[in-house]
Design a protein. Structure first.
Length: 470
Protein backbone atom coordinates (compact mmCIF):
# COMPACT_ATOMS: atom_id res chain seq x y z
CA UNK A 1 0.00 0.00 0.00
CA UNK A 2 1.31 3.43 -0.97
CA UNK A 3 0.68 5.99 1.77
CA UNK A 4 1.69 9.55 0.84
CA UNK A 5 4.11 11.49 3.02
CA UNK A 6 2.20 14.43 4.52
CA UNK A 7 3.28 17.97 3.67
CA UNK A 8 3.86 18.72 7.36
CA UNK A 9 5.81 16.20 9.44
CA UNK A 10 5.43 16.12 13.21
CA UNK A 11 7.78 14.83 15.90
CA UNK A 12 6.64 11.71 17.71
CA UNK A 13 5.53 13.54 20.85
CA UNK A 14 2.97 15.47 18.79
CA UNK A 15 1.34 12.42 17.16
CA UNK A 16 -0.90 11.50 20.09
CA UNK A 17 -1.71 7.80 20.45
CA UNK A 18 -0.05 5.84 17.64
CA UNK A 19 -1.27 2.54 16.17
CA UNK A 20 1.06 0.55 13.90
CA UNK A 21 -0.44 -1.46 11.05
CA UNK A 22 2.18 -4.16 10.50
CA UNK A 23 3.98 -3.67 13.80
CA UNK A 24 5.76 -7.02 13.53
CA UNK A 25 7.98 -5.95 10.64
CA UNK A 26 11.60 -4.97 11.14
CA UNK A 27 11.06 -1.32 10.27
CA UNK A 28 7.80 -0.58 12.07
CA UNK A 29 8.73 -2.53 15.20
CA UNK A 30 11.90 -0.42 15.52
CA UNK A 31 9.93 2.84 15.28
CA UNK A 32 7.33 1.53 17.73
CA UNK A 33 10.02 0.53 20.21
CA UNK A 34 11.62 3.98 20.18
CA UNK A 35 8.25 5.68 20.63
CA UNK A 36 7.28 3.36 23.48
CA UNK A 37 10.58 3.91 25.31
CA UNK A 38 10.07 7.67 24.96
CA UNK A 39 6.61 7.43 26.47
CA UNK A 40 4.43 7.72 23.37
CA UNK A 41 1.26 5.56 23.73
CA UNK A 42 1.68 2.76 21.18
CA UNK A 43 -0.41 -0.20 19.97
CA UNK A 44 -0.18 -2.33 16.86
CA UNK A 45 -1.39 -5.24 14.78
CA UNK A 46 0.18 -7.83 12.52
CA UNK A 47 -0.88 -11.09 10.94
CA UNK A 48 2.33 -12.83 12.07
CA UNK A 49 3.80 -13.24 15.54
CA UNK A 50 7.30 -12.13 14.55
CA UNK A 51 10.38 -12.21 16.82
CA UNK A 52 10.23 -8.42 17.14
CA UNK A 53 6.96 -8.48 19.04
CA UNK A 54 8.28 -10.07 22.23
CA UNK A 55 10.42 -7.04 23.03
CA UNK A 56 7.51 -4.68 22.38
CA UNK A 57 5.23 -6.64 24.68
CA UNK A 58 7.87 -6.40 27.39
CA UNK A 59 7.50 -2.62 27.10
CA UNK A 60 3.73 -2.92 27.58
CA UNK A 61 2.79 -2.48 23.92
CA UNK A 62 -0.45 -4.26 22.94
CA UNK A 63 0.22 -6.25 19.76
CA UNK A 64 -2.81 -7.84 18.08
CA UNK A 65 -2.29 -10.88 15.85
CA UNK A 66 -4.87 -10.03 13.23
CA UNK A 67 -6.12 -6.94 11.49
CA UNK A 68 -9.50 -5.60 12.64
CA UNK A 69 -11.07 -2.15 12.68
CA UNK A 70 -11.60 -2.22 16.45
CA UNK A 71 -7.85 -2.58 17.04
CA UNK A 72 -7.39 1.05 16.01
CA UNK A 73 -8.99 1.93 19.34
CA UNK A 74 -8.59 5.57 20.31
CA UNK A 75 -5.50 6.15 18.15
CA UNK A 76 -4.82 9.59 16.73
CA UNK A 77 -2.21 8.41 14.19
CA UNK A 78 -1.67 5.29 12.11
CA UNK A 79 1.77 4.23 10.85
CA UNK A 80 1.31 1.76 8.02
CA UNK A 81 3.64 -0.85 6.51
CA UNK A 82 4.18 -0.85 2.75
CA UNK A 83 3.08 -4.51 2.81
CA UNK A 84 -0.47 -3.60 3.88
CA UNK A 85 -3.20 -4.46 1.38
CA UNK A 86 -5.57 -1.82 0.06
CA UNK A 87 -8.49 -3.45 1.88
CA UNK A 88 -6.75 -3.56 5.27
CA UNK A 89 -9.60 -2.96 7.76
CA UNK A 90 -7.49 -0.85 10.10
CA UNK A 91 -6.44 1.53 7.34
CA UNK A 92 -10.03 1.72 6.12
CA UNK A 93 -11.13 2.54 9.67
CA UNK A 94 -8.46 5.21 9.98
CA UNK A 95 -9.59 6.82 6.76
CA UNK A 96 -13.24 6.66 7.84
CA UNK A 97 -12.37 8.53 11.03
CA UNK A 98 -10.08 10.99 9.30
CA UNK A 99 -7.05 9.98 11.36
CA UNK A 100 -3.51 11.02 10.54
CA UNK A 101 -2.07 8.17 8.42
CA UNK A 102 1.69 7.96 7.90
CA UNK A 103 3.97 5.73 5.84
CA UNK A 104 6.88 4.20 7.72
CA UNK A 105 9.24 6.90 6.38
CA UNK A 106 7.24 9.62 8.12
CA UNK A 107 7.02 7.47 11.24
CA UNK A 108 10.80 7.09 11.33
CA UNK A 109 11.27 10.81 10.68
CA UNK A 110 9.07 11.55 13.68
CA UNK A 111 11.47 9.77 16.06
CA UNK A 112 14.51 11.28 14.32
CA UNK A 113 13.25 14.85 14.75
CA UNK A 114 15.76 17.01 16.61
CA UNK A 115 18.58 14.47 16.27
CA UNK A 116 21.80 14.43 14.27
CA UNK A 117 20.99 11.66 11.81
CA UNK A 118 23.41 9.30 10.06
CA UNK A 119 21.50 7.33 7.42
CA UNK A 120 22.92 4.14 5.94
CA UNK A 121 21.65 3.23 2.48
CA UNK A 122 22.53 0.95 -0.41
CA UNK A 123 21.12 -1.89 -2.46
CA UNK A 124 22.94 -4.46 -0.33
CA UNK A 125 24.65 -4.45 3.04
CA UNK A 126 22.82 -1.59 4.74
CA UNK A 127 21.64 -3.63 7.73
CA UNK A 128 25.12 -4.99 8.42
CA UNK A 129 26.80 -1.62 7.87
CA UNK A 130 24.31 0.13 10.15
CA UNK A 131 24.86 -2.54 12.81
CA UNK A 132 28.64 -2.30 12.50
CA UNK A 133 28.48 1.48 12.83
CA UNK A 134 26.35 1.21 15.97
CA UNK A 135 28.75 -1.31 17.52
CA UNK A 136 31.76 0.84 16.63
CA UNK A 137 30.23 4.04 18.01
CA UNK A 138 29.24 2.41 21.30
CA UNK A 139 32.75 1.00 21.81
CA UNK A 140 34.23 4.41 21.00
CA UNK A 141 32.19 6.05 23.74
CA UNK A 142 29.08 7.08 21.84
CA UNK A 143 25.51 6.28 22.86
CA UNK A 144 23.39 6.63 19.71
CA UNK A 145 19.72 6.04 19.27
CA UNK A 146 19.33 3.57 16.43
CA UNK A 147 16.83 1.83 14.19
CA UNK A 148 18.04 -1.05 12.04
CA UNK A 149 16.40 -3.75 9.93
CA UNK A 150 17.81 -6.65 11.92
CA UNK A 151 18.40 -7.69 15.51
CA UNK A 152 21.85 -6.85 16.88
CA UNK A 153 23.37 -9.87 18.58
CA UNK A 154 24.91 -7.61 21.23
CA UNK A 155 21.60 -6.09 22.36
CA UNK A 156 18.92 -8.49 21.15
CA UNK A 157 16.98 -5.57 19.69
CA UNK A 158 16.57 -3.71 16.40
CA UNK A 159 16.21 -0.32 18.08
CA UNK A 160 17.34 1.44 21.25
CA UNK A 161 17.16 4.97 22.64
CA UNK A 162 20.54 6.49 23.46
CA UNK A 163 21.44 9.40 25.70
CA UNK A 164 23.03 11.58 23.03
CA UNK A 165 21.53 13.39 20.05
CA UNK A 166 23.04 11.07 17.43
CA UNK A 167 20.57 8.83 15.57
CA UNK A 168 21.86 6.02 13.32
CA UNK A 169 19.25 4.65 10.94
CA UNK A 170 19.06 2.13 8.16
CA UNK A 171 17.57 4.03 5.23
CA UNK A 172 15.56 1.91 2.79
CA UNK A 173 15.29 2.90 -0.84
CA UNK A 174 12.68 0.31 -1.86
CA UNK A 175 9.75 2.72 -1.72
CA UNK A 176 11.63 6.00 -1.63
CA UNK A 177 11.56 6.20 2.18
CA UNK A 178 15.17 7.38 2.35
CA UNK A 179 14.28 10.61 0.55
CA UNK A 180 12.36 11.84 3.62
CA UNK A 181 15.02 11.84 6.34
CA UNK A 182 17.25 14.88 5.59
CA UNK A 183 20.28 13.36 7.40
CA UNK A 184 23.38 15.11 8.64
CA UNK A 185 25.49 12.38 7.02
CA UNK A 186 25.00 9.23 4.99
CA UNK A 187 26.74 6.02 4.02
CA UNK A 188 25.99 4.31 0.69
CA UNK A 189 27.30 0.77 0.36
CA UNK A 190 26.48 0.20 -3.32
CA UNK A 191 23.94 1.04 -6.01
CA UNK A 192 22.79 -1.91 -8.13
CA UNK A 193 19.39 -2.18 -9.80
CA UNK A 194 16.60 -3.48 -7.56
CA UNK A 195 12.97 -2.67 -6.74
CA UNK A 196 12.27 -1.87 -10.37
CA UNK A 197 8.60 -2.59 -9.68
CA UNK A 198 8.69 0.77 -7.86
CA UNK A 199 11.32 2.73 -9.79
CA UNK A 200 10.63 1.40 -13.29
CA UNK A 201 14.14 1.65 -14.73
CA UNK A 202 17.70 1.27 -13.53
CA UNK A 203 18.32 4.92 -14.42
CA UNK A 204 15.44 6.03 -12.20
CA UNK A 205 16.75 3.86 -9.37
CA UNK A 206 20.20 5.44 -9.66
CA UNK A 207 18.63 8.90 -9.77
CA UNK A 208 16.85 8.13 -6.49
CA UNK A 209 20.25 7.69 -4.83
CA UNK A 210 21.42 10.98 -6.32
CA UNK A 211 18.32 12.61 -4.90
CA UNK A 212 19.09 10.97 -1.54
CA UNK A 213 22.61 12.40 -1.58
CA UNK A 214 21.03 15.77 -2.30
CA UNK A 215 19.12 15.59 0.99
CA UNK A 216 22.32 15.29 3.07
CA UNK A 217 23.22 18.35 5.14
CA UNK A 218 25.75 20.50 3.26
CA UNK A 219 27.77 20.65 6.50
CA UNK A 220 27.75 16.88 6.73
CA UNK A 221 29.34 14.15 4.62
CA UNK A 222 28.69 11.14 2.40
CA UNK A 223 30.63 7.86 2.57
CA UNK A 224 30.61 5.75 -0.61
CA UNK A 225 32.24 2.45 -1.52
CA UNK A 226 34.01 3.07 -4.82
CA UNK A 227 34.60 -0.63 -5.50
CA UNK A 228 31.00 -0.57 -6.69
CA UNK A 229 30.42 1.21 -10.00
CA UNK A 230 27.05 2.63 -8.97
CA UNK A 231 28.34 4.02 -5.69
CA UNK A 232 31.44 5.43 -7.43
CA UNK A 233 29.22 7.29 -9.88
CA UNK A 234 27.17 8.59 -6.96
CA UNK A 235 30.31 9.76 -5.15
CA UNK A 236 31.50 11.66 -8.21
CA UNK A 237 28.09 13.29 -8.66
CA UNK A 238 27.78 14.26 -4.98
CA UNK A 239 31.31 15.67 -4.86
CA UNK A 240 30.51 17.82 -7.88
CA UNK A 241 27.62 19.38 -5.95
CA UNK A 242 30.01 20.45 -3.17
CA UNK A 243 29.14 17.75 -0.62
CA UNK A 244 32.08 16.33 1.32
CA UNK A 245 32.56 12.76 0.10
CA UNK A 246 34.73 10.09 1.75
CA UNK A 247 35.42 7.05 -0.41
CA UNK A 248 36.17 3.56 0.88
CA UNK A 249 37.06 0.20 -0.64
CA UNK A 250 39.92 -1.88 -1.94
CA UNK A 251 40.35 0.51 -4.87
CA UNK A 252 43.72 2.27 -4.96
CA UNK A 253 42.08 5.71 -5.11
CA UNK A 254 39.80 5.19 -2.09
CA UNK A 255 40.31 7.59 0.82
CA UNK A 256 40.09 4.71 3.30
CA UNK A 257 41.35 1.40 1.92
CA UNK A 258 41.34 -2.23 2.98
CA UNK A 259 44.53 -4.12 2.13
CA UNK A 260 46.01 -7.51 2.96
CA UNK A 261 42.61 -9.19 3.19
CA UNK A 262 42.64 -12.69 4.69
CA UNK A 263 39.71 -15.03 5.35
CA UNK A 264 39.84 -17.99 7.68
CA UNK A 265 36.74 -19.82 8.83
CA UNK A 266 34.27 -17.25 10.11
CA UNK A 267 36.81 -14.42 10.43
CA UNK A 268 37.97 -11.67 8.08
CA UNK A 269 41.21 -9.76 8.65
CA UNK A 270 42.41 -6.63 6.85
CA UNK A 271 44.67 -3.60 7.22
CA UNK A 272 43.11 -0.14 7.12
CA UNK A 273 45.08 2.48 5.17
CA UNK A 274 44.28 6.19 4.95
CA UNK A 275 46.41 7.97 2.38
CA UNK A 276 49.88 6.60 2.99
CA UNK A 277 49.23 5.81 6.66
CA UNK A 278 48.36 2.33 7.91
CA UNK A 279 45.91 2.92 10.75
CA UNK A 280 45.93 -0.68 11.96
CA UNK A 281 44.63 -4.21 11.48
CA UNK A 282 40.98 -5.15 11.98
CA UNK A 283 39.84 -8.73 12.63
CA UNK A 284 36.10 -9.20 12.10
CA UNK A 285 34.11 -12.09 13.53
CA UNK A 286 32.03 -12.32 10.34
CA UNK A 287 33.18 -13.90 7.07
CA UNK A 288 33.38 -12.44 3.60
CA UNK A 289 34.83 -9.68 1.45
CA UNK A 290 31.53 -7.79 1.38
CA UNK A 291 31.55 -7.51 5.16
CA UNK A 292 35.05 -6.03 5.05
CA UNK A 293 33.73 -3.27 2.81
CA UNK A 294 30.72 -2.77 5.09
CA UNK A 295 33.10 -2.40 8.05
CA UNK A 296 35.16 0.16 6.13
CA UNK A 297 32.06 2.26 5.50
CA UNK A 298 31.13 2.14 9.19
CA UNK A 299 34.71 2.98 10.19
CA UNK A 300 34.86 5.96 7.83
CA UNK A 301 31.61 7.35 9.23
CA UNK A 302 32.85 6.92 12.80
CA UNK A 303 36.11 8.70 12.02
CA UNK A 304 34.25 11.57 10.34
CA UNK A 305 32.08 11.90 13.45
CA UNK A 306 35.23 12.52 15.46
CA UNK A 307 35.91 9.17 17.09
CA UNK A 308 39.33 7.55 17.28
CA UNK A 309 40.39 4.53 15.26
CA UNK A 310 41.21 2.29 18.23
CA UNK A 311 37.80 2.66 19.86
CA UNK A 312 35.98 2.14 16.58
CA UNK A 313 38.11 -0.91 15.80
CA UNK A 314 37.21 -2.40 19.19
CA UNK A 315 33.54 -2.16 18.29
CA UNK A 316 34.02 -3.63 14.83
CA UNK A 317 35.95 -6.57 16.23
CA UNK A 318 33.36 -7.17 18.96
CA UNK A 319 30.50 -7.20 16.46
CA UNK A 320 28.91 -10.66 16.53
CA UNK A 321 26.52 -10.14 13.67
CA UNK A 322 22.90 -9.17 13.21
CA UNK A 323 19.88 -11.36 12.71
CA UNK A 324 19.58 -13.09 9.34
CA UNK A 325 22.96 -11.88 8.09
CA UNK A 326 25.08 -15.07 7.86
CA UNK A 327 23.61 -15.95 11.25
CA UNK A 328 24.73 -19.24 12.81
CA UNK A 329 21.61 -21.17 13.84
CA UNK A 330 23.28 -24.24 15.34
CA UNK A 331 24.90 -27.59 14.62
CA UNK A 332 23.56 -31.15 14.70
CA UNK A 333 24.89 -34.48 13.45
CA UNK A 334 28.08 -32.74 12.32
CA UNK A 335 26.19 -30.30 10.07
CA UNK A 336 26.35 -26.54 10.66
CA UNK A 337 23.29 -24.46 9.81
CA UNK A 338 23.35 -20.75 8.88
CA UNK A 339 20.66 -18.33 7.75
CA UNK A 340 20.93 -15.18 5.65
CA UNK A 341 18.63 -12.54 4.20
CA UNK A 342 20.18 -12.56 0.70
CA UNK A 343 17.50 -12.19 -1.96
CA UNK A 344 19.28 -10.44 -4.86
CA UNK A 345 21.77 -12.18 -7.19
CA UNK A 346 24.69 -10.07 -5.95
CA UNK A 347 23.82 -10.84 -2.33
CA UNK A 348 23.50 -14.55 -3.05
CA UNK A 349 26.91 -14.60 -4.72
CA UNK A 350 28.54 -12.70 -1.85
CA UNK A 351 27.04 -14.91 0.86
CA UNK A 352 27.96 -18.12 -0.95
CA UNK A 353 31.53 -16.88 -1.30
CA UNK A 354 31.62 -16.15 2.44
CA UNK A 355 29.98 -19.48 3.26
CA UNK A 356 32.70 -21.32 1.33
CA UNK A 357 35.26 -19.94 3.75
CA UNK A 358 33.19 -21.09 6.71
CA UNK A 359 32.46 -24.52 5.22
CA UNK A 360 36.16 -25.32 4.84
CA UNK A 361 36.43 -28.91 3.58
CA UNK A 362 32.69 -29.42 3.82
CA UNK A 363 30.14 -29.02 1.06
CA UNK A 364 27.72 -26.12 0.76
CA UNK A 365 24.04 -27.17 0.82
CA UNK A 366 21.70 -24.23 0.15
CA UNK A 367 17.97 -23.58 0.28
CA UNK A 368 16.78 -20.43 -1.48
CA UNK A 369 13.36 -18.81 -1.42
CA UNK A 370 12.83 -16.09 -4.07
CA UNK A 371 11.23 -12.92 -2.65
CA UNK A 372 8.60 -11.00 -4.65
CA UNK A 373 7.14 -11.93 -8.02
CA UNK A 374 8.45 -8.73 -9.60
CA UNK A 375 12.03 -9.36 -8.46
CA UNK A 376 11.90 -13.01 -9.55
CA UNK A 377 10.58 -12.03 -12.96
CA UNK A 378 13.53 -9.69 -13.50
CA UNK A 379 16.34 -11.53 -11.73
CA UNK A 380 15.25 -15.18 -11.50
CA UNK A 381 17.79 -16.40 -14.04
CA UNK A 382 20.59 -14.47 -12.36
CA UNK A 383 19.54 -15.87 -8.97
CA UNK A 384 19.83 -19.40 -10.34
CA UNK A 385 23.20 -18.63 -11.89
CA UNK A 386 24.51 -17.35 -8.55
CA UNK A 387 23.23 -20.45 -6.74
CA UNK A 388 25.43 -22.56 -9.00
CA UNK A 389 28.30 -21.82 -6.57
CA UNK A 390 26.73 -24.25 -4.07
CA UNK A 391 27.15 -28.03 -4.16
CA UNK A 392 23.49 -28.81 -3.47
CA UNK A 393 20.57 -26.45 -4.09
CA UNK A 394 16.97 -26.57 -2.93
CA UNK A 395 14.65 -23.90 -4.36
CA UNK A 396 11.28 -22.98 -2.85
CA UNK A 397 8.43 -21.12 -4.50
CA UNK A 398 8.23 -17.33 -4.48
CA UNK A 399 7.44 -15.59 -1.18
CA UNK A 400 4.69 -13.21 -2.25
CA UNK A 401 4.87 -10.52 0.46
CA UNK A 402 2.90 -7.52 -0.86
CA UNK A 403 2.23 -8.92 -4.35
CA UNK A 404 -0.24 -11.35 -5.90
CA UNK A 405 0.85 -14.68 -7.33
CA UNK A 406 1.66 -15.03 -11.02
CA UNK A 407 1.47 -18.59 -12.39
CA UNK A 408 4.16 -17.72 -14.92
CA UNK A 409 6.63 -16.55 -12.26
CA UNK A 410 7.52 -19.24 -9.75
CA UNK A 411 10.60 -20.61 -8.06
CA UNK A 412 10.92 -22.97 -10.99
CA UNK A 413 12.41 -20.05 -12.97
CA UNK A 414 15.26 -19.96 -10.46
CA UNK A 415 15.71 -23.72 -10.18
CA UNK A 416 15.85 -24.14 -13.96
CA UNK A 417 18.58 -21.48 -14.20
CA UNK A 418 21.01 -23.21 -11.82
CA UNK A 419 23.91 -24.33 -14.06
CA UNK A 420 23.66 -28.02 -14.86
CA UNK A 421 26.62 -30.01 -13.65
CA UNK A 422 27.74 -27.47 -11.05
CA UNK A 423 25.01 -28.27 -8.53
CA UNK A 424 22.35 -30.84 -7.77
CA UNK A 425 19.00 -29.03 -7.74
CA UNK A 426 15.55 -29.74 -6.30
CA UNK A 427 12.41 -27.59 -6.49
CA UNK A 428 10.08 -28.13 -3.53
CA UNK A 429 6.62 -26.97 -2.50
CA UNK A 430 6.98 -25.83 1.10
CA UNK A 431 9.06 -25.23 4.20
CA UNK A 432 8.77 -28.76 5.61
CA UNK A 433 9.67 -30.26 2.26
CA UNK A 434 12.69 -27.94 2.02
CA UNK A 435 13.93 -29.03 5.44
CA UNK A 436 13.51 -32.70 4.58
CA UNK A 437 15.34 -32.25 1.28
CA UNK A 438 18.24 -30.44 2.96
CA UNK A 439 18.59 -33.17 5.60
CA UNK A 440 18.53 -35.85 2.92
CA UNK A 441 21.39 -34.12 1.10
CA UNK A 442 23.55 -32.94 4.01
CA UNK A 443 26.48 -34.99 5.28
CA UNK A 444 28.68 -34.54 8.39
CA UNK A 445 31.06 -31.64 7.79
CA UNK A 446 28.67 -29.84 5.42
CA UNK A 447 27.29 -26.35 5.89
CA UNK A 448 23.56 -25.80 5.31
CA UNK A 449 22.62 -22.22 4.40
CA UNK A 450 19.07 -20.90 4.05
CA UNK A 451 18.73 -17.78 1.91
CA UNK A 452 15.88 -15.35 1.31
CA UNK A 453 13.89 -12.47 2.75
CA UNK A 454 10.74 -14.48 3.44
CA UNK A 455 9.83 -17.24 5.89
CA UNK A 456 12.62 -19.53 4.71
CA UNK A 457 14.33 -18.41 7.93
CA UNK A 458 12.17 -21.00 9.73
CA UNK A 459 13.72 -23.86 7.76
CA UNK A 460 17.02 -23.84 9.68
CA UNK A 461 15.50 -24.82 13.04
CA UNK A 462 13.49 -27.56 11.30
CA UNK A 463 16.71 -28.89 9.75
CA UNK A 464 18.42 -28.93 13.14
CA UNK A 465 15.49 -30.80 14.70
CA UNK A 466 15.49 -33.40 11.94
CA UNK A 467 19.25 -33.83 12.11
CA UNK A 468 19.05 -34.19 15.88
CA UNK A 469 16.44 -36.91 15.54
CA UNK A 470 18.57 -38.66 12.93
Amino acid sequence: MKIPVPDVLLPADELGRVHFVGIGGAALSAIARIMAVRGVPVTGSDDNDTPFLAGLRELGVTCHLEYAAEHVGDADTLVVTTAAREDNPEVLEGRRRGLRILPRSAGLWSVMAGCQVVAVAGTHGKTTTTSLLISALVAAGGDPTYAVGGVLASTGHNAEVGRGDLFVAEADESDGAFLVYQPHAAVVTNVAADHLDVWGTEAAYQQAFRDFAGTVDRDGFLVCCVDDAGARSLAEHAAATGLRVVTVGEAADADLRATDLAFEGSTSTFTVVRGEEALGVVRLRIPGRHYVVDALGALAAGLELGHGFDGLREGLEAFAGSGRRMEAKGEAAGVRVYDSYAHHPAEIAADLDAARSVAGEGRLVVAFQPHLVSRTRLFGAAMGEALGAADEVVVLDVYLARENADPDVTGRLVADAVPLGSSSVAFVDGLDEAAEELVARARPGDLVLTLGAGDVTSVGPRVLALLGAR
